[in-house]
Design a protein around this ligand. Structure first.
Ligand code: SAH
Length: 205
C-alpha cells in the first residue's frame, strides 16, 4: 500500500531516529495522500509543506522525533492537538491503541478524516474545537502530542489530562521554540527541554 518513497524517507530518518517502530510507521504511511496536488513532488522530502488554511504538515524528522519521545505502547490512548492534514495522527494510530485528535479548522479536520478513512485507519476519533482545552471527556491519556507552538508554558488543562506516568510532547516558546517533554508522576510534573523547532502557533481564540 505504501510507496517505495515512504520506505526511503524512513531510511533517511534512520540517521537520527533509533526507534524501529517509529521508522516502520513512517515507511508504511503514504505521505503524498496528506499533501495538496500543488506540492505533490515534494511529498517525500524531509520538509514541512503547506496544506491550506495557512497551515503546514510538519517536517517528517520532527514528527518522527516527537513519536520517539512519546515512547508509545500498543495499549496507549493518545490525545493529538492540531490534526492539520492528519499525517501525524495516522502515524500515532499505528503505534497506539486509539488516537483522539482535535483541530480548530473544520475544513482541515474533514479532509484529514476522509484521508484516514481511505487508508483504512479506524482507530482515530476527530473533534473540531479548541485544542487548549484538550478532550476532557476522554481523559486521561497516556500520551499527548501537540503539533502547534504553545506560548511559554504548556497549558494546565492538557497536563491535567495526562495519565499518571503519562508523557506529553509539545513545541513550547514564542520567538524561540523548543520541543518540550512533560512527564507526570502522581501530582508531580517534570519538564525537559529538547531541541529547537519551528511550528505554527497554537491559536488562542
Ligand atoms: N499535525 C499536523 C500538522 C499540524 S499544523 C499534520 O500532521 O499535518 C498545526 C495545526 O494546529 C493546524 O492545522 C492548526 O489549524 C491547528 N491549530 C492551531 N491552533 C489550534 C487550536 N487552538 N486548537 C486546535 N487546533 C489548532
Amino acid at each position: 500500500m505504501s510507496p517505495r518513497q515512504a520506505l526511503e524517507l524512513a531510511q533517511t530518518l534512520r540517521a537520527a531516529i533509533a526507534d524501529e517502530r517509529v521508522l516502520a510507521a513512517v515507511a508504511s504511511i503514504p505521505r503524498e495522500r496528506f499533501i495538496p496536488p500543488s506540492e505533490q513532488e515534494r511529498a517525500y522530502e524531509n520538509v514541512a509543506l503547506p496544506i491550506g488554511a495557512g497551515q503546514t504538515i510538519s517536517q517528517p524528522l520532527v514528527v518522527a522525533r516527537m513519536l520517539e519521545v512519546l515512547a508509545l505502547e500498543p495499549t496507549h490512548r493518545v490525545l493529538d492537538i492540531g490534526t492539520g492534514s492528519g499525517y501525524h495522527a495516522a502515524l500515532l494510530s499505528l503505534l497506539a491503541d486509539h488516537v483522539y485528535t482535535v483541530e480548530r479548522h473544520a475544513g482541515l479536520a474533514d479532509r484529514a478524516r476522509a484521508t484516514l478513512t481511505e487508508l483504512g485507519i479506524d482507530n482515530v476519533s476527530f473533534r473540531v474545537g479548541d485544542g487548549w482545552e484538550g478532550w476532557a471527556d476522554e481523559a486521561p491519556f497516556e500520551a499527548i502530542n501537540v503539533a502547534a507552538a504553545m506560548g511559554d508554558e504548556p497549558p494546565r488543562a492538557l497536563e491535567e489530562q495526562l495519565a499518571d506516568h503519562g508523557r506529553m510532547v509539545a513545541p513550547v516558546g514564542t520567538k524561540e521554540q523548543h520541543l518540550t517533554l512533560t512527564e507526570r508522576s502522581g501530582e508531580r510534573v517534570r519538564r525537559h527541554r529538547l531541541e529547537a523547532v519551528q511550528f505554527v502557533p497554537l491559536v488562542r481564540d
